[in-house]
Design a protein around this ligand. Structure first.
Ligand code: URA
Length: 209
């Protein structure tokens, strides 16, 4: 699928299997999510531009690579997106963080906005939008609409699981945004849940129901 990267690293796939199991505890789920998000962050940032800087090692001077450009922005779609943030911030501690508050109306499955806070000058930064589940894609599409309204131009989307229907809708709405996921599952059930999926990601990470 164009513009979609499935991160098939064995560690990612192993951890994902543990997360899918219904008997996995909240504590284990949260720990695994933090670990897997670090690995996914590694992939989504793989082709960042580098420049060089002159440094002095204990032995001699050298030209050494560093990231070029402004600090990244991680944009979390609340609340489940926050579960991906911690592991990503472990890897890129200087990243800026945006929060987009959306909830899914359980009857219409439409995304409704209740909160938006983002750093200034989104237009000159790479924005990596995170949400564990790309199901109907309503939330992801709307979150990226809002980020684009605020100037974001260079955007990637990172999730744990995606449904084929969600990917299709997402790519139609935002063809310029590439998607990174650990798995493309079979599809959605009648309630908009990903099958076989892992259940409600927010409930599983926070122990709610
Ligand atoms: N959101 C979830 O948490 N799980 C799904 O399966 C779909 C949307």
């Amino acid at each position: 699928m164009t513009g979609v990267t499935v991160v098939d690293h064995p560690l990612v796939q192993h951890k994902l299997t543990l997360m899918r199991k219904k008997e996995t505890s909240t504590a284990s789920f949260r720990r695994l999510l933090r670990e897997i998000s670090t690995l996914l962050c590694y992939e989504v940032t793989r082709n960042l531009d580098l420049t060089t800087t002159r440094i002095q090692t204990p032995m001699m001077e050298m030209e050494s690579p560093i990231l070029e450009g402004k600090k990244l922005v991680f944009a979390s779609i609340l609340r489940a997106g926050n579960g991906l943030l911690e592991g990503m911030l472990d890897l890129v501690p200087a990243a800026r963080v945006a929060h987009v508050g959306l909830y899914r109306d359980h009857d219409t499955l439409e995304a409704v906005e209740y909160y938006f806070k983002a750093p200034e000058d989104l237009g000159s930064r790479l924005v990596i939008v995170v949400d564990p589940m790309l199901a109907t894609a309503n939330s992801a599409i709307m979150a990226i609409d809002k980020l684009k309204e605020r100037g974001a131009r260079n955007i990637r989307f990172l999730c744990l699981l995606a449904a084929p229907e969600g990917i299709e809708r997402f790519r139609a709405a935002h063809p310029d945004v590439s998607v990174f996921t650990a798995s493309i599952d079979d599809g959605l059930n009648e309630k908009g849940y990903i099958m076989p999926g892992l259940g409600d990601a927010g409930d599983r990470m926070y122990g709610t129901k």
